[in-house]
Design a binder for this molecule. Structure first.
Ligand code: AP5
Length: 221
């Protein structure tokens, strides 16, 4: 299974990635998580990315392609991978295609902008594992702590309303056009092209998961 989850910030990519990676036993490659780890480590890459991420913009295609090219050659990617938040621009999608990094599926999780602010302002994360919660829609068993480790949950620096609005605008300008890019590629009949599907991300977490299961596990389009 080689899959990309595409959707606006807060659409539920990270939440659903938990189910996909456990079901298929594949790694989740989240460029956002990789960048946050670099910031945490204080590496030169992290220093370069920090300001851009805090403003809601996109990190350069060159940096992102370098990160992904290194990660995709790790042994755990041999039986597949899940991209969460990558590719995010047409040059990244083209770079990936030219590097021969294959995708079987591109799945867009659709959520209107009007739902996103409430979702992201209530989000809490467990940074070490990437587990994602919401104070109302997907709460941890105990307020403020991770279900598995009992460690404290945190709020992301870019989950502030003004920054969320910038991220949404960047998504519509630079990332959403990828749906059309992949649809056109598939329509051309190229056997290398991924299949493209959409799921309604406004429903409860479990219902979205069941739809993904129906699509990917039972292979029903
Ligand atoms: P990244 O970390 O990728 O963030 P994002 O795309 O903005 O997506 P999010 O993680 O915010 O949302 P999500 O869809 O995963 O939602 P989640 O499941 O958490 O990127 C951050 C930054 O890094 C970018 O802005 C950019 O600067 C940089 N970057 C990263 N990749 C890059 C790239 N390729 N190129 C350039 N720059 C890059 O859910 C959100 C909340 O909603 C949670 O609280 C969850 O519990 C709740 N929720 C989920 N599903 C539901 C549901 N069905 N109903 C109700 N609530 C739900």
């Amino acid at each position: 299974m080689r899959l990309m989850l595409l959707g606006a910030p807060g659409a539920g990519k990270g939440t659903q990635a938990q189910f996909v990676r456990e079901h298929f036993g594949i790694p989740q490659i989240s460029t956002g998580d990789m960048l946050r780890a670099a910031i945490q480590a204080g590496s030169p890459l992290g220093m370069a990315a920090k300001q851009v991420m805090e403003s809601g913009g996109l990190v350069s295609d060159e940096i992102i392609m370098g990160l992904v090219r290194d990660r995709i050659h790790a042994p755990d990617c041999e039986s597949g991978y899940l991209f969460d938040g990558f590719p995010r621009t047409l040059p990244q999608a083209e770079g990936m295609r030219q590097a021969g990094i294959r995708l079987d599926w591109v799945v867009e999780i659709q959520v209107p902008d009007s739902d996103i602010i409430e979702r992201l302002s209530g989000r809490r994360i467990h940074p070490a594992s990437g587990r994602v919660y919401h104070i109302r829609h997907n709460p941890p068993r105990l307020t403020g702590v991770d279900d598995v480790t009992g460690e404290a949950l945190v709020q992301r620096d870019d989950d502030r309303e003004d920054i969320i609005r910038t991220r949404l605008s960047v998504y519509h300008d630079q990332t959403r056009p990828l749906v059309h890019y992949y649809e056109e590629w598939a329509a051309g009949g190229d056997p290398q092209a991924p299949r493209v599907a959409r799921v309604d991300g406004t429903r409860p977490v479990d219902e979205v998961r069941r739809e993904l299961e129906y699509l990917l596990v039972l292979d029903r389009t």
